[in-house]
Design a protein around this ligand. Structure first.
Ligand code: F0G
Length: 366
């Protein structure tokens, strides 16, 4: 196997760290915000939950420059767009893609249009798109409607589409798999992640395959994707007209990379499974309060999925038969501060006490 001397460096960005694996040349201008090289955090508590001497790691993508994994794909996509002379970007989004596109467009000095399902975008993400100066258009429809409009507008040639139907996005996002292999010195046995439009599972699978082909790893993980119960088109094998879940980032009924995601699951002998909103919120809380990692609800789907597979006894969808000492990676895709609405509700319970040490001590109650 290849040595690990090429380990990536924080702050250099994914293009400089993985140039030879990306569709860039010395002539490509690099539009980067120092994305990638995110922490792969070993979790003793999750490892204990799985048992069988397994090791569980959390790949925390929430610490990317705009707070989600989208930045990995966006640096490549926007750099290539600039190389080709683009002057305006366009995307549909459940929020994170728009935040990322808006930031990289600002960095590149070009304009960015985002089409969003109105009233269905988490506060923090909408706020980001505004802050970075994107032109925001809210539509009376869902993400799938927004993507349909974007595809049509993209055909006019006036805009570069920066959704994951743009292959440069997938190319950039596969670098997360490279980092995991570099750090673990091989691929893990299982990789768990949330699935929405299905670009990310496609990208990870491409990355794992590429490093195996280049002799940088000796195996491939089983890819296990989790959709929310009310937004599970791949699991149910049919388009969901009105997808519903608290995890707004993965509220998608007709994923663009449906076929590729299925291929990843079949080829890797993985699975697509579902988790409920209650399980998602419980996993979000658990991860924050037991590991100090605060993620948005969509991201917690991978942890909710891990718990489900630990608890269930059916052999097909559980870790009951897991090989001793397996290594499991769960990607958490976005930062918790982006989608604080559920927690803001809980904070309303906070009542002030008198400004005295006695009152404060009484309130602490420890
Ligand atoms: N997690 C988060 C936090 C996301 O924002 C998304 C997708 C996913 C998971 C699912 O990834 O689509 O590659 O399967 N968000 C997109 C957006 C759709 O517009 O920001 P996927």
């Amino acid at each position: 196997m290849h040595s690990t001397t090429t380990k990536s460096h924080r702050g250099r960005g994914v293009i400089e760290n993985f140039r030879e694996f990306l569709p860039v040349s010395p002539a490509t201008p690099v539009i980067s915000l120092g994305e990638g090289n995110t922490p792969l955090i070993h979790s003793p508590r999750l490892s204990e939950r799985v048992g069988h001497g397994c090791e569980v790691f959390v790949k925390n993508e929430g610490v990317n420059p705009t707070g989600s994994f989208k930045d990995r794909g966006m640096t490549v996509t926007v750099s290539k767009a600039i190389e080709r002379g683009a002057t305006a970007l366009i995307c549909a989004s459940t929020g994170n893609t728009s935040a990322s596109a808006a930031a990289y467009a600002a960095r590149a000095g070009i304009s960015c249009v985002v089409i969003l399902p109105v009233g269905k975008i988490a506060t923090g993400k909408l706020l980001q798109a505004f802050a970075y100066g994107a032109k925001i258009v809210g539509i009376d429809g869902n993400f799938d409607d927004a993507l349909r409009i974007v595809r049509e507008l993209g055909e006019t040639g006036d805009f570069t589409i920066v959704n994951s139907i743009n292959p440069d996005r997938i190319a950039g996002q596969k670098t997360a798999a490279f980092e995991i292999i570099d750090e673990l010195e091989d691929a893990p046995d299982f990789h768990l992640l949330p699935v929405g439009n299905a670009g990310n599972i496609t990208a990870y699978w491409a990355g794992y395959q590429e490093f195996l082909a280049r002799d940088r790893s000796t195996k491939l993980p089983a890819m296990i994707g989790f959709q929310a119960i009310g937004a599970a088109p791949i699991f149910r094998d049919r388009i969901i007209e009105n997808p519903e879940t608290i995890a707004s980032a993965i509220r998608i009924g007709n994923p663009a990379s449906w076929k590729q995601a299925k291929a990843a699951v079949v080829e890797s002998r993985g699975a697509i499974d579902i988790v409920g909103d209650e399980e998602i919120l419980a996993a979000q809380k658990w991860l924050a309060q037991n590991e100090g990692i605060f993620v948005e609800p969509a991201s917690a789907a991978s942890i909710a999925g891990l718990f489900k597979w630990c608890n269930s006894t059916g052999i097909a969808e559980s870790f009951q038969e897991i090989r001793e000492g397996s290594r499991i990676v769960c990607t958490v895709t976005g930062h918790g501060l982006k989608d604080p609405d559920v927690i803001v509700e809980r904070m309303k319970e906070l009542k002030p006490v008198a400004a005295t040490v006695t009152a404060v001590r009484r309130a602490i109650d420890l």
